[in-house]
Design a protein around this ligand. Structure first.
Ligand SMILES: C[S@@+](CC[C@H](N)C(=O)[O-])C[C@H]1O[C@@H](n2cnc3c(N)ncnc32)[C@H](O)[C@@H]1O
Length: 405
């Protein structure tokens, strides 16, 4: 647990048996409807099974019923998990500093876009823009255009409302519906100069699950036997073994029974990112590792997690649509696939190194110097910072900065 007393998003111990089970959520009826639809798809499939990626796609993105299509806002205290920008705006203020530098490195272009994947209700963007206002970056604020990419129509509405309330409505570019399931829609408009930002977005892209049996790579599918359960069979696509080969992962070196996740949504996402960005930078922040660590001996059960009500659930196949599903990001693959699309790696650090390097301390000092600061404000900022830097949780997230053009 963090100083604030709530678990951050990330790998957590399973809840102990003596914890009371959470009360059934109002989403349960919707989960039952979605489960019914997924069962129907399974029973009409030739082998009575679907890939886990397909299950995850429907569980997260099914219109109206999927986890990322429902009305309640999740990365909040009342929701299922908290992300760094939700803990305190100092996260966004610090990222604003980095974006101001990158804008300078690009020669202060007069048209500059901030494109955010998985924008949610705009918390990160609003704190970034607020940070620019606090830093007196008026030239940049006159230039910047913010383009959110968000799959949830409720969050897009919230974001629009919050931009109006925050006095930033004029900076809001065409909010993209991205109603397609899985990776962000690849309907990139005119490529821009700017920065692409993705905080805790890549971990939501659907993953295939594989398992090593008899030294061979097999796939874990989802089938129905009174409940959703796993079924092992030959891989649905050679792309899974190819990803391992390109990552330098030798199946013979994996443990018998080892489970792993492979995200084939990275390619379409990077195609989309490359199509949007003519010249500039992309910053991806997420929990994940290089392939050797991600697929090494410390994660023999893989990294798939389901979250509900700030808890890790026992069974990620239960309550589809009512459960957040995530898997750690393979940053070796992101890096390699990005380079193939004309990106270059600028840096790859932990979140704590990134925030400290970008000037988190100066932000805290500026906050301390503010005459309106109350003790409660200061305490909130301190505890937010501790969470963002905590080396056991958010502090060890990876921050990959890429450049292009
Ligand atoms: C974990 S939340 C993170 C929100 C925000 N970036 C933050 O850090 O607080 C993931 C967000 O990405 C959105 N999302 C997930 N998959 C998406 C996709 N394929 N395309 C666009 N948005 C997506 C979700 O609706 C949700 O708002």
């Amino acid at each position: 647990m963090t100083p604030a007393g709530r678990p951050p998003r990330g790998r957590l111990p399973r809840p102990s048996a003596d914890q009371a089970a959470p009360a059934p959520s109002p989403g349960d009826a919707a989960s039952s409807r979605l489960a019914e639809r997924i069962r129907a798809e399974i029973s009409s499939a030739p082998d009575r099974r679907i890939t886990f990626a397909r299950f995850m796609e429907r569980a997260l993105y099914e219109p109206e019923l999927g986890y990322y299509r429902r009305a309640p806002d999740r990365p909040t205290d009342a929701g299922d998990f908290l992300t760094a920008p939700e803990t305190h705006p100092i996260f966004g203020w610090t990222i604003a500093r980095r974006i101001e530098e990158l804008w300078g490195e690009l020669g202060r272009p007069r048209r500059f876009a901030l494109v955010e994947y998985g924008a949610g209700s705009g918390t990160l963007a609003l704190s970034v823009l607020d940070g620019m206002r606090r830093h007196g970056a008026t030239d940049l604020l006159e230039t910047i255009r913010y383009e959110p990419i968000e799959s949830n129509p409720h969050r897009r509405d919230d974001l629009r409302r919050r931009f109006v309330a925050g006095g930033f409505a004029g900076l809001l570019g065409g909010s993209e519906p991205n109603d397609g399931a899985g990776p962000a829609a690849s309907d990139a408009s005119v490529p821009v100069s700017g920065v692409l930002l993705a905080n805790e977005f890549l971990d939501a892209l659907p993953v295939h699950r594989v398992v090593v049996r008899g030294g061979k790579l097999l796939e874990l599918f989802v089938t129905w036997r009174d409940a959703f359960v796993e079924a092992v069979a030959e891989p649905s696509t050679p792309a899974l073994a190819e990803r391992f080969a390109l990552d330098g992962i030798d199946v013979a070196g994996l443990a018998e029974g080892q489970v792993a996740e492979i995200c084939l949504g990275l390619e379409p996402w990077l195609d989309d990112a490359a199509g949007r960005l003519a010249r500039g930078f992309a910053i991806a922040i997420d929990y994940g590792f290089d392939a050797t660590e991600l697929y090494g001996g410390r994660r023999l059960a893989g990294t798939l997690l389901g979250y509900r009500d700030h808890r890790v659930v026992e069974n990620a196949l239960e309550q589809p649509g009512g459960t957040d599903l995530t898997a750690h990001v393979d940053f070796t693959a992101v890096h390699r696939l990005a380079e193939r699309r004309g990106f270059r790696t600028v840096s790859s650090t932990t979140q704590s190194e990134f925030l400290v390097g970008a000037g988190l301390e100066s932000e805290l000092q500026a906050l301390q110097a503010s005459p309106e600061l109350t003790i409660a404000d200061y305490t909130r900022a301190r505890s937010g910072i501790l969470r963002m830097l905590d080396p056991r949780h958010m502090g060890k997230f990876r921050v990959l900065t890429l450049s292009r053009g």
